[in-house]
Design a protein around this ligand. Structure first.
Ligand code: UGA
Length: 439
């Protein structure tokens, strides 16, 4: 099949490359010349493990191309996917649909009869109908099929998520639209992946409801972590015990410094906004948003408390600044709140991150960077893990401590245990466990 993807951002690129690996002919249309130049050389403008190798394989096989020419790309295409950004609109929390509607107009100008226009960008309920209206107004009488196909990719494991999804959701309005999408995803039949066909609105809501639910799950366990810190109990064991109940499930129950990234913060805001607009207030989601914002601030307080109530003049090694491991994405990362708060409180910080340096150098203008955890911790009073990169999971604690002025270890991701930290003679401050004096 021939597939056109408009937008070679995160979602467009992963989808395009994976579709080409399914054996389809894919053309990715991108306006950004810098990105295009990189992609033409087989380079990936984002950090996603395995994507470069998969791209190289499919370029060699002649199944994927990159261009800025939508009109030519559309010739003979079975489906065109809209995969442009939907950032949070400044001021009101709503998803900004400027690029989506602009793309719909450009598709209308260049499309042929029978094409399926699929939205992969995360868009609020009602958007696909608006896209259909824009296209029919511009090209009255030309037959096309609207479809919604939300993505459920996690950064850092996007290829696996695309190739082995729990489900594929397709919102369709016509038998032809459904048939084309089912053919596109046919390679997943081998894995017996369920394909859920719904109407447009349902598919749009599934995406937001899924992300908001996961954000709620995380926020819930984060509050239980606070409770454990006050009354005793170990949040990891609590999560495990809860998760053994199949109705709950153990995933997305890791307590931490609050969720970040390009999706949960943006999508929860947009869902809350839609609810307010149509008088179906999403009070749980609104509370989750507030609790998560407050949590990021509270994490700076936790570090300050661990340092004896003040970080003035203290040197702190920060391990991990990206919103999660295996990505260079800094969007809404907890570090963007925690680091400035600590700086405000008078701390001096040395940052270390396997990927975040390039992206965030300008975001933390006052801090210095180290190449590894040991260099970051040299002469430091405390080490704080904000992001659980593998590089920080197996540290030689004796070596780390040897270079430090004071042995305080704040573990906002619970990657170590009291036992290990006691053995290394660190004062250890994990998440969701009653503070006890390390020996
Ligand atoms: C999320 C969803 O997981 C994907 O299914 C969805 O497709 C994607 O958003 C999207 O809408 O595009 P992503 O933002 O890449 O994916 O990352 P997650 O792995 O979901 O993590 C989000 C945040 O939650 C991170 O800050 C992470 O550290 C935090 N988190 C996650 C926790 O604090 N605890 C957990 O148990 C899980």
């Amino acid at each position: 099949m021939k597939i056109v993807i408009v937008g070679a951002g995160y979602v467009g690129l992963v989808s395009g490359i994976c579709f080409s690996d399914f054996g389809h002919n894919v053309v990715c249309v991108e306006k950004d010349e810098r990105k295009l130049a990189m992609l033409a050389k087989g380079e990936i403008p984002i950090y996603e493990p395995g994507l470069d190798a998969l791209l190289a394989k499919n370029i060699t096989a002649g199944r994927i191309k990159f261009t800025n020419d939508l009109a030519t790309s559309m010739e003979g295409a079975d489906a065109v996917f809209i995969a442009v950004g939907t950032p949070t609109r400044r001021g009101d929390g709503h998803a900004d649909l400027t690029y989506v509607f602009q793309t719909a107009k450009e598709i209308a100008d260049t499309m042929h009869s029978g094409i399926v226009v699929v939205t992969k960008s995360t868009v609020p309920v009602g958007t696909n109908r608006e896209i259909a209206r824009i296209i029919s107004k511009q090209r009255p009488g030309v037959e096309f099929h609207t479809a919604s196909n939300p993505e459920f990719l996690r950064e850092g494991s996007a290829i696996e998520d695309f190739m082995r999804p729990d489900r594929v959701v397709i919102g369709v309005e016509s038998a032809h639209g459904e048939e084309v999408l089912r053919r596109i995803y046919r390679p997943l039949n081998l894995r017996e992946t369920p394909i859920l066909a719904t109407d447009l609105e349902t598919a749009e809501i599934i995406k937001y409801a899924a992300n908001a639910f996961l954000a709620t799950k995380i926020t819930f366990i984060n509050e239980i972590a606070d409770l454990c810190e006050k009354v005793g109990g170990d949040v990891q064991q609590v999560a495990k015990g809860m998760g053994m109940d199949k109705r709950i499930g153990g995933r997305f129950l890791h307590a931490g410094p609050g969720y970040g990234g390009s999706c949960f913060p943006k999508d929860t805001l947009a869902l809350a906004r839609t609810g307010q607009e149509v008088d179906a207030v999403q009070s749980i989601v609104e509370t989750v948003i507030r609790a998560n914002n407050e949590r990021k601030l509270a994490m700076a307080g936790k570090v300050i408390a661990a340092c004896g109530g003040s970080v003035k003049g203290k040197r702190i090694a920060i391990l991990g600044v990206t919103f999660k491991p295996d990505t260079d994405d800094m969007r809404d990362a907890p570090s963007l709140v925690i680091i400035p708060q600590l700086r405000k409180a008078g701390a001096e910080m040395v940052l270390c991150d396997p990927q975040g340096h390039m992206e965030s150098a300008t975001m933390f203008p006052d801090e210095t960077w180290a190449d590894n955890a040991y260099d970051a911790a040299k002469n430091a009073d405390a080490v704080v893990v904000i992001t659980e990169w593998n590089a920080f999971r197996g540290l030689d604690l004796a070596r780390l401590k040897a270079g430090m002025s004071e042995a305080i270890f704040v573990d906002l991701r619970n990657i170590y245990t009291y036992r290990e930290m006691d053995a290394a003679d660190f004062q250890y401050f994990p998440i969701g466990k009653r503070q006890r004096k390390s020996t």
